[in-house]
Design a binder for this molecule. Structure first.
Ligand code: AHR
Length: 504
């Protein structure tokens, strides 16, 4: 049995809990759109063909923003293909995923889905095969009220009011050799700056996201951000970060410590942005949009796109089945994102439905929750107010990838309005329980409102369409408050949420 102590103090504020931390991502990829959010044959489908059950699950998941339409897909996308009468729309090759896109869903349908679902749309423009003009055309179509060719076409297509999309991604992973139209940092930085400058001429209040590195393992990581931001600093608000984690070669200990890497990633990008800020004598700060993150077993067969003459519509692609350990890691990654709320101003779990997703669907049939649904939904629902900086004193565990890492990771939020304090914690030990002792310094009269723990003696347990509830977090009866201290026992390979409220 290991012991860890944590001090929580309402005075130590990192920053606000941002709703945009709980964003997601819908890409034209595999069954994310077609038979995912969109399935006209489904009994719950609306007039656009969107599944009502998926809308409900997205709401339950607590998703705030949804990035669209890609991902790698966007770098070959002609957005005009997806507007106007559906029967007139072209079928196109999607080179990124070696598929055929029937263009049954385009920007107008997506905006209606977003409105019905209650999420904020976050659009990406194609800076792979296209450039400044096409980005401006799409922005005009979406955000200009009327009286111009593109805005009047939107009105003719049924949307009288502009969509007023605030967040825009300037391309996707433009450093990746796999990306259609991949560029050097100097080429991309220039194009991003020019695109951003022109977009702001239409709408100066946009929030623009410039592409950072595709992942922190890229050979140009750091240098890419430096060059791109040197070109584009004054024209953008956020730099993107993308990270996917998975258990490799049975190394569970390293996998459970994935958030250590995310912490380092965020700190490195922030430091690079600040170096450019100093060198350029800029006053504003660039924030991070962590707009792709998740567990993704990239080396598995289902992650390989089709090939040859086969260009299927909505193939089964990237349909990872998540186990308990994956959910614990997702919970820990959310802890890391919250801890960096001063710097990470938006994040999108990749993705929402079927493709490396918390929500799964059967075409025309059932929808169900993967294990990773639960930490996301609970964190989104209960983290509120301000994120607190904790003092954590925990024993370490040895990992092959990251060396010695604290066995316990945690963050807390405090909502001054309701008085609720939420403690989120992960026990990263593969073998040992952790006895947690939380000094609730500065808080008086708190009691446990709810304590839930996600764990299982068999951490490889996955949810299925027949049973997606057995893996849901269960009440943790060991969580108790006494003498201003919260105590709890956290099983190995577990994620927990403890909600504390004022005594009645
Ligand atoms: O989310 C899946 C893919 O991962 C996205 O299309 C791409 O941006 C990233 O490499």
């Amino acid at each position: 049995m290991l012991s860890a102590s944590v001090t929580v103090d309402p005075a130590f504020v990192v920053g606000p809990v941002r709703r945009r931390t709980f964003g997601s991502f819908v890409e034209h990829l595999g069954r994310s759109v077609y038979t995912g959010i969109h399935d006209p044959e489904h009994p719950t489908a609306d007039a656009d063909g969107f599944r009502g059950d998926v809308v409900e699950l997205t709401r339950e998941l607590g998703v705030s923003t949804v990035r669209y339409p890609g991902g790698n897909f966007v770098s070959g996308y002609r957005w005009e293909d997806g507007i106007g009468p559906v029967e007139d729309r072209p079928r196109r090759l999607d080179l990124a995923w070696h598929s055929t896109d029937p263009n049954l869903v385009g920007v107008d349908e997506f905006m209606r889905w977003a409105e019905r679902t209650g999420v904020e749309p976050m659009m990406a423009v194609n800076l792979g095969t296209r450039g400044v003009q096409e980005a401006l055309d799409l922005l005009e179509y979406c955000n200009v009220p009327g009286g111009t060719a593109w805005s009047d076409l939107r009105r003719a297509n049924g949307a009288e009011e502009p969509y007023r999309v605030s967040m825009w991604c300037l391309g996707n992973e433009m450093d990746g050799p796999w990306q259609i139209g991949a560029k050097t940092a100097a080429e991309y930085g220039r194009l991003a700056a020019e695109t951003a400058r022109a977009m702001r001429m239409i709408d100066p209040d946009l929030e623009l996201v410039v592409c950072g590195s595709s992942n922190s393992g890229m050979p140009t990581f750091g240098a890419w951000e430096h060059t791109v931001l040197t070109e584009a600093y004054e024209h953008v608000d956020h730099v993107s970060a993308h990270a996917y984690y998975y258990e490799e070669d049975g190394d569970l200990a390293s996998f459970l410590a994935s958030a250590v890497d995310m912490d380092h990633f965020v700190d490195s990008v922030a430091a690079t942005a600040d170096a450019v800020r100093a060198a350029g004598k800029h006053t504003k700060r660039i924030h991070i949009s962590f707009d792709e993150w998740n567990v993704w077993y990239q080396k598995r067969a289902e992650s390989r796109p089709p090939s040859g003459d086969d260009w299927p519509v909505a193939p089964v692609l990237l349909e990872d089945r998540y186990n308990v350990a994956d959910a614990v890691v997702v919970g820990n990654l959310l802890i890391s994102l919250l801890r960096h709320t001063d710097r990470v101003h938006a994040a999108s779990q990749a993705q929402l439905v079927n493709v490396i997703a918390p929500i799964m669907t059967e075409p025309g049939g059932r929808s169900w929750k993967q294990t990773i649904f639960h930490p996301f939904a609970l964190t989104s629902r209960h983290a509120a107010g301000e994120v607190l900086r904790l003092a954590i004193d925990a024993p370490t565990t040895d990992t092959a990838r990251f060396g010695e890492v604290p066995v316990l990771d945690a963050v807390a939020t405090h909502d001054a309005g309701t008085g609720e304090v939420v403690v989120l914690a992960t026990n990263r030990s593969v073998t040992d329980e952790v006895t947690l002792d939380v000094d609730l310094r500065g808080f008086e009269g708190l009691r446990v409102v709810e304590a839930l723990t996600l764990s299982n003696p068999d951490h490889t347990w996955t949810a299925t369409a027949d049973d997606d509830s057995s893996v849901a977090p269960r009440p943790n009866a060991t969580a108790q408050v006494a003498d201003g201290r919260l105590g709890a026992v956290l099983p190995p390979v577990s994620w927990s949420i403890v909600r504390l409220g004022p005594a009645a």
